[in-house]
Design a protein around this ligand. Sequence first.
Ligand SMILES: [Zn+2]
Length: 279
Amino acid sequence: MFTQEIYKYKIGIAALAFVLTFVFSSYNCIENESKAGISASKNETAVRPDSVKIPDGLRKLLKAYPDFLERADENHLYWKDGTVMIYDDGKDKTFEEKLDNADLEDMMTQEYVRGADWDYPPPENFEPGRIRNEAFFLKMYGGTQSEVKGNLVTISWTPSGASLQVSSVNDADKQLKAVADELAAMPEKFQKYFKKTAGTFNYRKIAGTNRTSAHSYGIAIDINTQYSDYWQWNGTMNYKNQIPIEIVEVFEKYGFIWGGKWYHYDTMHFEYRPELIVN
Ligand SMILES: [Zn+2]
């Protein structure tokens, strides 16, 4: 009997505790809601930070280039030096017009897919990274040949020991050096694709266009041309590639995109574009 009494007593306490917990938590909810209500009505005219929708492309740019970029809003990119760039210029463009006159939004629209599981061969005019906003890159890597050259450093291409000139801006040099070290450690069967390279820095326009090549900024490298396919050399848009994906994955790991994933394929070409690699 006595133990039964204690048992009932315990049940009673537990039930009471449960009810009290429920009452208190409801009270807290009501209180929080009313607090939120007050702050919302106070800030009715001001833009609330959590309501600013930063486009994914801008968010990725901020993440990729912390040395230069400070913040963004719905349609602007704010640089640390005070420069403001518009994200989407609102203009309708053909594909060629996008290549010639890309805004940041055009540059970030096509999504680069890392690794072996990508849409192969690339659909017509799908080539993430080939559309570049020139002003953006000129500002970071140098607006003139001598400015770009002032940022170049020499790294040793580990697979062969050759010297290559790469921009030190955004640590592109350190990233390429990390690629080189990892490639050098790959099995022998891979070495022929990259031991010899066709170089990095080359101040020039892209053949047949008025557009600045990524090689002009010191952030691109062409690996062995002997095993490479380039649409301009092949004279056809029929996609062809001989570069093993294992090599591509090493470059991607360090922020480089591959020209072999472009409709206008260029399988020897890699360039440092962390904004297309970050999540
Ligand atoms: Zn190239």
